[in-house]
Design a protein around this ligand. Structure first.
Ligand SMILES: Cc1ncc(COP(=O)(O)O)c(C=O)c1O
Length: 360
C-alpha cells in the first residue's frame, strides 16, 4: 500500500512550463514575474500593496522592523503558534510576551491580551491558526485603545477571511507563507500586504539592502537581502491559477473527514465556519495524538502532532502557565491534507482512525 503523507505539494505541468519559460528567458532574479505575482496577491486579498520576500519568517521580521519594533519593546504573541512567530520578535531585539489561546479557535484570548499590555507593548501579533481568526474586531479595538500596531501572522490563512475581509488585511501589515506545505507554494516564500504606502515603501527597501530605489546603490538605512526570484514567482502564478479550486477542495475534504468521523466520539473537531475559513490542514483533537499517530503510521498514513506550546520549549521556558495552549499542543493531530487525496483515500484514513478506537 502506498504511503499517504500528511502533506505534499502538488506541482503539475503548468508550474513546470511556467518555470521553464523563466529559465529560458535568462532573467531569473526578481523582476516582471515577481511584480505580476505581487499584483495577483494584492488583488486576491484586496490590499493596496503586496511584496514578496524569501519566506514567511523574514516577512514577520521585516514587518516588525517596518513598524519600528526593536530593543526595549514588547510584542504580544500567542503561546500556541509555529515558533517562527516569537522568534522574529527576538530577531528584532524585542521581547515576545506570551498570551494563552482560546480552546474554541486556537487563537489569542483577547481578555488575556489586555492583561499583558504594558507601557513597553508596541504591537500585537495575532496568528490565524489553520485559517481561523481570533475576534479581530475586539483585537483592533484594543490596539486602537492602547495605540498598538497589529502585525497579522496569516502564514496559514491564505484564502481565509474574518467577516468577509481577507486575513492579513485587517491589521497594519499582514504576513503570508508560501512554504512547501502551504495552500500555494513557491518552494520557500512569503508575502507582506498592507494598505499603507509608507509601510510598503519601507518593506521594499528592507528586502533590498535598504536601497532607496532598486536601481541605485544608495541606502539610508540598514537593509537585508530578502528578495524573491522570478522562478518562484512563475511557480506561484501557476499555483494562483489553481487556488480557487484548491480552497474549495480543502473545504470539501474537511467536510468529508468530519462526516466520516462523526461517530467516533473520541475525535473532536474545532468549530470551523467554512464560509470564512479554508482549513489548510485537517486538524483533530484527541486524547493521545502520539499513540494515534504511531498507529496510523503502521497503516502507512502520515500525520503530524501539533506544535509544542511555546512556553514548554527550551528557548522560551518559563514558570507561567498557559493551560489552553498546553491542551492544544498535547491533543492536536494533523491528518493527511494534500489536495490530491481522493475520497477513497480519506475514507481509508478515517477507517484506520475508527479501527484504532475500536482497539483502544
Ligand atoms: C504561523 C506561522 N508563522 C510563520 C511561519 C513561517 O513561515 P516560513 O516557513 O515560510 O518561514 C509559519 C510556517 O509554517 C507558520 O505556520
Amino acid at each position: 500500500m502506498k504511503f499517504i503523507a500528511q502533506m505534499e505539494p502538488w506541482i503539475g505541468k503548468e508550474e513546470k512550463e511556467a518555470v521553464d519559460s523563466v529559465l529560458a528567458s535568462g532573467w531569473i532574479t526578481e523582476a516582471s514575474k515577481t511584480r505580476e505575482f505581487e499584483s495577483r496577491i494584492a488583488s486576491f486579498v484586496k490590499s493596496k500593496y503586496a511584496s514578496v520576500l524569501s519566506n514567511g519568517t523574514v516577512t514577520l521580521f521585516a514587518g516588525l522592523k517596518v513598524l519600528g519594533v526593536g530593543p526595549g519593546d514588547e510584542v504580544i504573541v500567542p503561546d500556541f503558534t509555529m515558533v517562527a512567530s516569537p522568534n522574529t520578535v527576538v530577531m528584532v531585539g524585542a521581547k515576545p510576551v506570551f498570551v494563552d489561546i482560546k480552546k474554541e479557535n486556537l487563537c489569542l484570548d483577547l481578555t488575556e491580551v489586555e492583561k499583558k499590555i504594558t507601557k513597553k507593548t508596541k504591537a500585537i501579533m495575532p496568528v490565524a491558526i489553520n485559517g481561523r481568526a481570533p475576534d479581530m474586531d475586539s483585537l483592533m479595538k484594543l490596539a486602537k485603545k492602547y495605540k498598538l500596531f497589529v502585525l497579522e501572522d496569516a502564514a496559514q490563512a491564505f484564502g481565509s477571511y474574518y467577516k468577509g475581509k481577507h486575513l492579513g488585511t485587517i491589521g497594519d501589515i499582514g504576513s503570508f507563507s508560501f512554504s512547501t506545505p502551504k495552500v500555494i507554494t513557491t518552494g520557500q516564500g512569503g508575502a507582506l500586504v498592507t494598505d499603507n504606502k509608507e509601510f510598503s515603501d519601507k518593506i521594499i527597501r528592507i528586502k533590498d539592502f535598504g536601497r532607496i530605489d532598486r536601481n541605485t546603490q544608495n541606502h539610508d538605512e540598514i537593509g537585508y537581502n530578502f528578495k524573491f526570484t522570478d522562478i518562484q514567482a512563475a511557480l506561484g502564478l501557476a499555483q494562483m491559477g489553481k487556488l480557487e479550486w484548491r480552497l474549495k477542495r480543502k473545504k470539501e475534504m474537511y467536510k468529508l473527514y468530519k462526516d466520516c468521523l462523526k461517530e467516533v466520539s473520541q475525535v473532536k473537531f474545532i468549530k470551523t465556519d467554512l464560509e470564512q475559513t479554508s482549513p489548510w490542514f485537517i486538524d483533530i483533537m484527541v486524547e493521545d495524538p502520539i499513540k494515534l499517530s504511531k498507529y496510523l503510521k503502521t497503516k502507512n498514513i502520515g500525520t503530524r502532532v501539533f506544535y509544542p506550546a511555546i512556553h514548554t520549549t527550551k528557548p522560551y521556558k518559563g514558570a507561567e502557565k498557559f493551560p489552553n495552549s498546553l491542551w492544544a499542543s498535547t491533543h492536536g493531530l494533523w491528518l493527511p491534507s494534500s489536495t490530491f487525496l481522493t475520497e477513497s483515500d480519506i475514507i481509508l484514513i478515517c477507517s484506520a482512525v475508527k479501527e484504532f478506537y475500536e482497539k483502544n
